[in-house]
Design a protein around this ligand. Structure first.
Ligand SMILES: [Zn+2]
Ligand SMILES: [Zn+2]
Length: 245
């Protein structure tokens, strides 16, 4: 039997939520799925070794998914340093926006010679397809999140296929992303019925989850505005919780 991997829930909340951290998941202490500001203190609380983080996937350019980057890079300006690169994967302009955000967040840092002491390697995804970031090959699939460039990601990692929706409404691409995945990480913004063209609600989530559970996938819900009622076969993220996948 293959060894289980830890999935650390750094946050489980939607942009507007009930007090939980914004959604952010850390797989095997190496791969981060979305990086809101609350992830940095949560990683410190959970004893995460920052030096092991190799990849950060940013599903789209909303603040609850990427505004943690200036806080992470501040760590590397002041009290951390490393030679191995961090791969940052995201929609077009993610590289330019990362530096813009840092300048906005810490306007005097660069002036005084502080630069992040970590090599950053960016991979920008613009359309559905196969990509490579360092030693990790992945597939990007455009999701339905209002009119934004928003991507779901899927990759093989230590013998299992892991798929992550980011923010999306129910759509054909979502089925394509998640079908047959060993682990399906799916947003559940509205744990009650709610017509929202850019997010899942309890009805659409249950439809998708039911099919995945029947296929034998491990289904995990995140990006919630409030706690959902239990859904058969589905594990729900909670801040600070570790789920073994
Ligand atoms: Zn969001
Ligand atoms: Zn969003």
């Amino acid at each position: 039997m293959r060894e289980k991997l830890p999935l650390l829930c750094l946050g489980s909340g939607a942009a507007l939520a009930d007090g939980r951290n914004w959604s952010s998941l850390l797989i095997d202490r190496q791969i981060i799925l979305d990086l809101p500001p609350t992830s940095i203190p949560q990683m410190i609380r959970m004893g995460v070794d920052f030096a092991r983080i190799g990849h950060i996937f940013i599903s789209h350019l909303h603040a609850d998914h990427m505004f943690g980057l200036p806080f992470l890079l501040l760590e590397y300006c002041i009290r951390r340093e490393r030679e191995d690169p961090i791969h940052i994967i995201g929609p077009p302009t993610i590289e330019q926006l990362t530096y813009q955000l840092c300048d906005l967040a810490w306007p005097d840092m660069r002036k005084h010679g502080f630069e992040p002491r970590v090599p950053l390697v960016f991979t920008e995804v613009s359309k559905e397809g196969e990509y490579q970031a360092g030693n990790l090959a992945f597939t990007a699939v455009p999701m339905q999140h209002f009119t934004l460039d928003a991507f779901g990601f899927r990759f093989e990692y230590k013998g299992r296929s892991i798929a992550y929706s980011g923010d999306t409404a129910e759509c054909d691409q979502l089925d394509r992303l998640l079908d047959g995945a060993d682990v399906a990480l799916l947003e559940l913004t509205h744990p009650r019925e709610c017509a929202d063209p850019g997010h899942m609600d309890s009805l659409s989530f249950e439809r998708v989850a039911k099919r995945l559970v029947a296929q034998g996938s491990t289904v995990i819900a995140t990006h919630m505005s409030a706690p959902p009622d239990p859904i058969p076969g589905v594990t729900t993220c909670e801040d600070g919780k570790t789920i073994w996948i």
